[in-house]
Design a protein. Sequence first.
Length: 137
Amino acid sequence: LGVEGDFHSGPINQHKKSGPPEPNRRQVSIVAWEVMRAVGEELGISLKPGDLAENVLVEGLGDLASLREDDRIHLGADVVLEVTGQNKPCVTLNVHHPDIVRPFVGRRGVVAVVVATGEVRPGDPVRVAAGASTPIA
């Protein structure tokens, strides 16, 4: 259901404040380290792992913008995540720089749901498997 103890973990969308509950389609957020470094350089700031409240920071997969709904991200030996959408940058990131949202548009990474659980450790291999290739809106 996500990363234990994280606000976004669980079966129900915690952001929805009214109306009937809806399924949580953003249990895990994944960000590319290359993008964090590039945006930091662009803005003249130093971004560290965790500064975007990401659950998983990956390297070597590009900016993740080409990932589509239903693509799967395999972490380590056991964990499988299914991409549900692009992660839109929000103004809470402004604590790092007043103009930080703009350079992250289309590059903030993706959100996903957990398909297979397990443990993930720094340095674990990461790979992507194509899903149904439905474009992410």
